[in-house]
Design a binder for this molecule. Structure first.
Ligand SMILES: NC(=O)c1ccc[n+]([C@@H]2O[C@H](COP(=O)([O-])OP(=O)(O)OC[C@H]3O[C@@H](n4cnc5c(N)ncnc54)[C@H](O)[C@@H]3O)[C@@H](O)[C@H]2O)c1
Length: 460
């Protein structure tokens, strides 16, 4: 620990003035950086042979998880793919040397042939998680299943029941559990340094352009087609809160709405698509022409092979990403708060906010002996008795692994669990992920019932 390089100004800027409080300012005495080792469980063993996996959905997430196989071929091998978009299927098959007979257009085809791999990776849109998981489990596949687990609590329970019935391993892609940052946070709480946790404030600032792309124009805009925002985006947050606190949530109450991104907010002169000669387009924060054609941002979900201007423009003229943000069939909320009561009188206040210029979850944990303030890039831990403070930063994330190292951390543990047939090697089994999904489903029900307080009883 050394205070030599400590820059108090940086911390103030990043964490906000509240990090240091209006009243007493404690001396910062230590700056630390570490990478709580993701792969340090003594039970981990090098697999005797690579675990073989079929990827259902070779989009963003499918490629991220499969890239572990490219990096660690002795641990994981991709042996089949189902993907309806031809160029994605072709590129993926070529990269992983998948034989023609194991390349399919949709997941149903892949699961029609007799089992030929250890595991199935389900990285398709949310509404396909349930049917594919329910088909793959009885065939004897272990699963790496993207969140949200399914679109309803009953469907989540059905998948859990089949997991238990067939004694399979199902890992849910709660990748934040595998990041050094949140592992450190859990370690601090478990160590007792903060005393008893009394309350938590947690903010998920979605970032306004990310909101417009994914939750207004994109795949998660409509809760019937995917899941409500509190699940599609914030099941990571309910999951992390449940995991870090280490206790169950007993009750929730929620408010929120889609306040902006509605037709009545459309500026005068605006049109159905940004490409229809919209008079407001140059002044619009959310102009699709500026975002996709000029800045070439967020192009992956447009699902086009070439990103030249003409191809992007055609996609904007024909597809969902060219629609005016005030005129789509979106219904998911752009702001939502959830109040939660956990065991032992712990209270938690969570906010999901679309309208921020920054991403990065902000968390403050208030304990009887100390507190913690973090923003995913650093964490300030204060001891009330001694006044000592530690400012901790995660070490460099592993190359090629997004979500602060969590993506490959998850696949690593999944491979271990499957190769040793031991779900105990995983942090985010379906069993461990059920409570956070229930919190989400109940929070949404509460929101729709005007904030009614609802119990989150896992046995309901
Ligand atoms: N864990 C995380 O942090 C995280 C982050 C982003 C997305 N997700 C989740 O991952 C999943 C995939 O998201 P994404 O961003 O990769 O989306 P994506 O659109 O990039 O990928 C999904 C792929 O599934 C394919 N697909 C559609 N129908 C199919 C079918 N019938 N058979 C086979 N493939 C089919 C699509 O063509 C697409 O290529 C979603 O459930 C999403 O909620 C999780």
């Amino acid at each position: 620990m050394s205070s030599k390089n400590w820059n108090r100004r940086d911390l103030l800027i990043t964490l906000g003035s509240a990090a240091l409080g209006i009243g007493v300012v404690h001396p910062v005495i230590g700056e630390t950086s570490s990478n709580p080792e993701l792969f340090d469980n003594p039970k981990f063993k090098k697999p005797e042979r690579p675990v073989t996996c079929i990827v259902l959905g070779a989009g963003g997430r499918g490629n991220v998880y499969a890239s572990y196989a490219a990096k660690f071929p002795e641990e994981m091998k991709i042996v089949g793919v189902a993907e309806p978009i031809p160029f994605r299927r072709e590129r993926f098959s070529e990269k992983y040397n998948i034989p023609a007979e194991h390349q399919w257009v949709t997941w149903e085809h892949a699961l029609q042939v007799p089992k030929f791999a250890d595991a199935v990776i389900i990285t398709m849109p949310d509404n396909l998680h349930y049917p594919s998981a329910m088909e793959a489990l009885p065939q004897g596949y272990d699963l790496l299943l993207e969140k949200a687990i399914a679109q309803s609590w009953q469907e989540c329970k059905d998948i859990l029941d089949l997991t238990n019935k067939y004694n399979k391993i199902v890992a849910i892609c709660h990748v934040l559990r595998y990041t050094p940052y949140f592992r450190k946070m859990k370690e601090v709480v478990e160590s007792g340094r903060l005393g008893d946790v009394v309350s938590v404030q947690h903010l998920e600032p979605v970032e306004h352009i990310h909101m417009s792309h994914s939750f207004v124009r994109g795949n998660w805009r409509n809760s019937e087609e995917s899941t409500p925002m509190i699940l599609s985006k914030s099941c990571h947050d309910t999951d992390i809160l449940r995991w870090v606190i280490g206790k169950s949530c007993k009750k929730v109450s929620s408010f929120g709405s889609l306040k902006h991104f509605r037709e009545e907010d459309a500026p005068p002169g605006s049109t159905a698509r940004c490409t229809d000669g919209c008079a407001f387009e140059r002044d619009c924060i959310f102009s699709a022409i500026k975002l996709y054609k000029e800045k070439k941002g967020w192009l992956h979900h447009l699902a086009i092979e070439n990103h030249d201007d003409a191809s992007v423009l055609k996609a904007l003229q024909e597809g969902p990403y060219g629609k005016c943000v005030y005129r789509t069939d979106n219904d998911v909320v752009d702001h939502q708060i959830v109040n939660m009561e956990f065991e032992d009188e712990i209270t938690v206040a969570f906010s999901m906010e679309a309208f921020s210029h920054y991403p990065g979850r902000r968390t403050r944990i208030f304990g009887t002996k100390g507190d913690l303030v973090g923003d995913e890039s650093q964490m300030l831990i204060t001891d009330f008795l001694t006044g000592k403070q530690e400012n901790w930063k995660p070490g460099k994330a592993r190359e090629g692994s997004g979500h602060g190292g969590g993506d490959h951390g998850l696949v690593h543990d999944f491979i271990q669990a499957v190769s040793q047939q031991d779900p105990g090697l995983l942090t985010s089994t379906i069993e461990a992920s059920m409570e956070s999904h229930l919190m989400g489903f109940k929070a949404e029900e509460s929101r729709l019932k005007g904030g009614k307080v609802l119990e989150t009883n896992i046995n309901s």
